[in-house]
Design a binder for this molecule. Sequence first.
Ligand code: AMP
Ligand code: GLY
Length: 425
Amino acid sequence: MKVLVVGGGGREHALCWAIAASPLCEALYCAPGNAGIAKEATCVPIPAEDVEGLLAFARAEAIDFVVVGPEAPLVAGLIDRLSDAGIKAFGPSAAAAELEGSKGFMKDLCAANGIPTARYRRFTEPEAAKAFARELGAPVVVKADGLAAGKGVTVCPDLETAEGAIDEALVGGRFGAAGAEVVVEDFLDGEEVSFFALVDGTTALPLASAQDHKAAFDGDRGPNTGGMGAYSPAPIVTPELEARIMAEIVGPTAEALQAMGRPYRGVLFAGLMISPEGDPKVVEFNVRFGDPECEVLVTRLMSDLLPALVATAEGQLSHLTLRWLDSAAISVVVATKGYPGAYEKDSVIRGLDTAGADENVEIFHAGTASNEAGETLATGGRVLAVTATAPSLAEAQTKAYTAIDLLDWPEGFCRRDIGWRALGG
Ligand code: AMP
Ligand code: GLY
């Protein structure tokens, strides 16, 4: 099977690492990939958002199966274009990807189907939005409706912040068309978990549990990021809670989309808040793997990932079971100093081979390139996802930080406390 993975981050490196190990994979391409992915796949310089370019490449190379990592090409209809061209692909159609592409759509779907989520309303008029924020009272959350590169959500501790966020989106046009409508919703208290399930239209198969750390700095302080680290399993997701999440959230969501004529095929990522009473509520849906959650999931997966992705695309999930390692995995993101704000590009990272020498450590690249001298350069905010597996989470954490300490990259930084909730730190 000739496989094309779309994307160029740590998630796509992890996907390529797992797919390259499959006996079913004869040739592996990644668009655009990065310096780490180039060790697993042939990288082709087509941006992940270039739907027509990707389609043309898949046709020209007679690709058998396309795996799409990020949300933007899914929302833009890459899967629809590939399937019209007779090319099999993993990921939801544009119609199903609206679950992530429009927060208003997702909230309406939850409301119409009794799926637990925060109380909300949708607005295009700033004054009406502010009146509703006052009605809910602080803290309150303001969300741009569309995709805003992870910056569209403002958790507002007071009404002043909420009014500012509403004006920025609806009056100032900060998010362009993505913020021409906002959702104003109740703040949910509790512990966040990332829940993943493969969904093939009708059948949903839960994956191992994971939790990420969104704040930039230790102690969950500082600005929100795409994720500074993740671990699996997440002890908060007991078998009982998993059963409830499947019955109350994942199942009804898949059924609702099916009934709307938008069957969901792909990985459904439910960002959940577990209330202090232990009840799960949907914070958001994503239509892709989380990053760096994907890194910990694939390193714990014993089964071959590729046939699981194919079975999802073909509606054959009811025939599939997945086996997971009993061990724990942790992934620590090493980012360029300054991230998520402004940062310098193209500093040289040394010591990667030494740091990654342990057979239970994988250094997934999130934002790197090679220069002509063969050196690895940091090209992004999140640059590496250093991922370790071990019998216990505590040992995995030690292994990940031991590896990081062997890196020679003064321009990088990482959180030192990834996994603290599960380790009782
Ligand atoms: P998103 O950009 O949709 O991933 O949201 C960013 C983060 O904002 C989430 O991971 C939560 O930590 C937080 N958040 C979003 N909505 C709520 C809510 N209703 N209550 C509490 N926190 C929220
Ligand atoms: N780590 C969270 C995300 O991928 O959205």
